[in-house]
Design a protein around this ligand. Sequence first.
Ligand code: GRG
Length: 295
Amino acid sequence: MNSFQDELAEIARLTDDALDRLIPAGDGPEAQVLSAMRYSALAGGKRIRPLLVIASADLFNVSRTSSERVAAAVEMVHAYSLVHDDLPAMDNDDLRRGRPTCHMEFDEATAILAGDGLLTLAFEVLAGDETHSLGEIRAELALELARAIGAHGMVGGQMLDLMAADHELDVHEITRLQRMKTGALISYSCQAGAILGKAAENQRHMLAAYAHDLGLAFQIIDDLLDVEGDAEEMGKRTGKDGQAGKATFVSLLGPERAREQANILADQAIKHLEIFAEKGDLLGDLAEFVVRRRK
Ligand code: GRG
């Protein structure tokens, strides 16, 4: 049996192959935006969301042809969010995944368009025939993604985050913000596996509960790494939340309680997988990885 690291590396490889096929380099006047899209989507990254899609779909024996396309679409959305988040109007970052951010490598207008191109292509991939033979499944995949990343999900969470610079948030408000900003796409990644696999109601419910707890644990560790992490190892600037005067789980709870809370959430996440028996092991291992990670 493969170790978790081997499984993650294999899924990262499959995701890279799918992204490479789905974002072909252009040779016409649009070559610049395609090149910026490839630069951002094929820049490495842990590929946690693709693993969530593929491992959730595997619970229901979904074909890898389907789940790899959905995993690539989710990673395109994630890459778009990072490209736009790094822009001068938002976080104004020069470094991402150990390389210059998209607007530093190209220019600001190209980075905006690369994000737009990735977001649009993600929906084209979900709606494509090869993703699933049934139109109703493809429509549900697209509808739920739109819900997860729109004004009541990721985009809304980003808006709350930008406004948080002028407001002192309490732990409930931060939880809501993070559920929207990062939790919604993490939840969608699991939900997509359930949609592809036509999962029963109780299975969807348990996967949603797992994703809810995993998303919060992920964010708490992200906040901890911003304070305690090594910028070189992480390939991005750290200490950003403190500099921006933003309240985070760590500033409100303190690092010890924050880590304790993340561990409790990861354990809870794993408990929700019991109905899947050993088929849920990969998702369980991911929950442990998320709280142990150093980048
Ligand atoms: C601009 C619409 C819009 C949304 C941006 C998700 C997001 C909203 C911004 C990202 C900023 C950020 C650092 C959020 C914290 C959590 C997060 C998404 C971290 C990065 O995800 P990882 O750790 O990154 O999975 P890799 O590089 O491994 O893919």
